[in-house]
Design a binder for this molecule. Structure first.
Ligand SMILES: Cc1ncc(COP(=O)(O)O)c(C=O)c1O
Length: 400
């Protein structure tokens, strides 16, 4: 079990008077990660993979260690399988731009996707004439695997699915979907923005071909994220950008790309942030991802139970807390979710997110919600008392 009191001491920002329930947008960062980034600036501030002097050597060693740590965190075979990019969005776009599209290719995705994993595929469809088939979900975000079996066929080039919905909090059965994809020779891409921070990730066990995730949602710095690329795709996947740092050789009329992951990391990378993300993975590993998930379920259950009991409150997503991470969206009657979020901030010092959460197809198709809803999302540093404070505040707002 997590020692939440001890964890909170690693996050001095928690003493600044705000109850933070917006970790699905961006998590807080522990001192260990901040100090690791500072160590780079204080002790060995230099570029990586180029210089022979000692600071460059040290920066390169730390940079490579971070790749190894992130690879271990998701059970990738090695650091070459993890390209450090800016965020989930860039990872998905890299894959979409890298594949060799033909008109007859098909893409299968779902209605619960974040725009990053939705419009990227619509654009491929528009540009190349490929069909984009969208699997529907129930209002709790549950899928019928039979729907994937119907939509995925031998023309399907990629199946792009989120690991966890950023609106419903629901955990998606990516392993089962990957099996269906592979039966038809399709690649499986998982948007891990919300799943990687909250659940043990096993890219090899789940037979994922591409996994995109963001450091800033998993205790890491902003400006860095990872793209896992499976062994079979490592040399067929085209980098999004090329240039400095990505080549083995260049002549006057040709070039040869260097080995992965560097071939995907053109230009000077976000060195301090990559090193910080390695430290964030170390932190989460020390706490244990099973414990993180267990705490999520405890807080989710308390949130769902408490909010459901309030007159006029509608909750979205699964009622069973085991089916979700610590993320609950709700509305209070017809109150505008932005107003609810503002009142929570102004009157109760509670930070939540409001709006459509970059998931308009879900909002429109499943709930017909133009204004979206309110999202309270927790992480390993949140407490039961904070959930009680949220429930109290929502109860008071609902009385008005
Ligand atoms: C499910 C999901 N996918 C993708 C993203 C995009 O992440 P980023 O902005 O870090 O690229 C988010 C961010 O909220 C998300 O929740």
């Amino acid at each position: 079990m997590l020692n939440v009191d001890a964890i909170r001491r690693d996050f001095p920002i928690l003493n600044k008077g705000l109850t933070y329930f917006d970790s699905a947008a961006s998590s807080l960062t522990p001192e260990q990660v901040v100090l690791k980034e500072m160590e780079f600036y204080h002790d060995y501030r230099a570029n990586v993979e180029r210089g022979v002097h000692r600071w460059s050597q040290r920066a390169s060693a730390e940079f490579e260690k971070a790749h190894e740590e992130v690879a271990r965190f998701i059970n990738a075979p090695g650091p070459e399988n993890v390209a450090m990019l800016r965020n989930t969005t860039e990872g998905i776009n890299l894959v979409a731009n890298s594949l060799d599209w033909k008109k007859e290719d098909k893409i299968v995705t779902t209605v619960i996707e974040h725009h990053s994993n939705f419009i990227t595929w619509l654009r491929v469809g528009n540009r190349h004439g490929c069909k984009v088939d969208v699997v529907r979900a129930t209002s709790e975000g549950a899928f019928d695997l039979g729907d994937f079996e119907k939509k995925i066929d031998d023309k399907t080039k990629i199946v792009a699915v989120t690991g966890v919905s950023n609106v419903l909090g629901v955990i998606v059965p990516v392993k089962e979907i990957a099996e269906i994809a592979h039966e038809h020779g399709a690649k499986m891409l998982v948007d891990g923005a919300q799943s990687v921070p909250h659940m043990k990730t096993d890219v090899r066990g789940d037979k994922i071909d591409f996994l995109a995730f963001s450091g800033h949602k998993m205790l890491g710095p902003t400006g860095v994220g990872g793209l896992y690329i499976a062994e079979e795709e490592l040399y067929t996947t085209e980098p999004l950008c090329i240039g400095g740092g990505t080549i083995a050789d260049v002549t006057i009329d040709s070039y040869t790309l260097t080995e992965p992951p560097l071939r995907f990391e053109a230009g000077t990378p976000a060195i301090a942030q990559v090193i910080g993300l390695g430290e964030a993975c170390r932190y989460l590993n020390r706490e244990g991802m099973e414990n993180v998930t267990r705490w999520d379920h405890i807080l989710a259950e308390k949130m769902v139970d408490g909010l459901s009991d309030i007159d006029g409150v509608t909750i979205y997503g699964p009622k069973d807390p085991k089916k979700r991470v610590g993320l609950v969206t709700f509305n209070i009657r017809d109150l505008n979710p932005v107003d609810v979020a503002l009142t929570l901030d102004n009157d109760y010092a509670i930070a939540v997110r409001s709006g459509h959460h970059c998931a308009l197809p879900l909002m429109k198709e499943l709930f017909n919600l133009n204004e979206g809803n309110v999202r309270a999302s927790s992480y390993l540093y949140n407490t039961k008392e904070e959930v009680e404070a949220l429930i109290f505040a929502v109860t008071e707002i609902a009385k008005q």
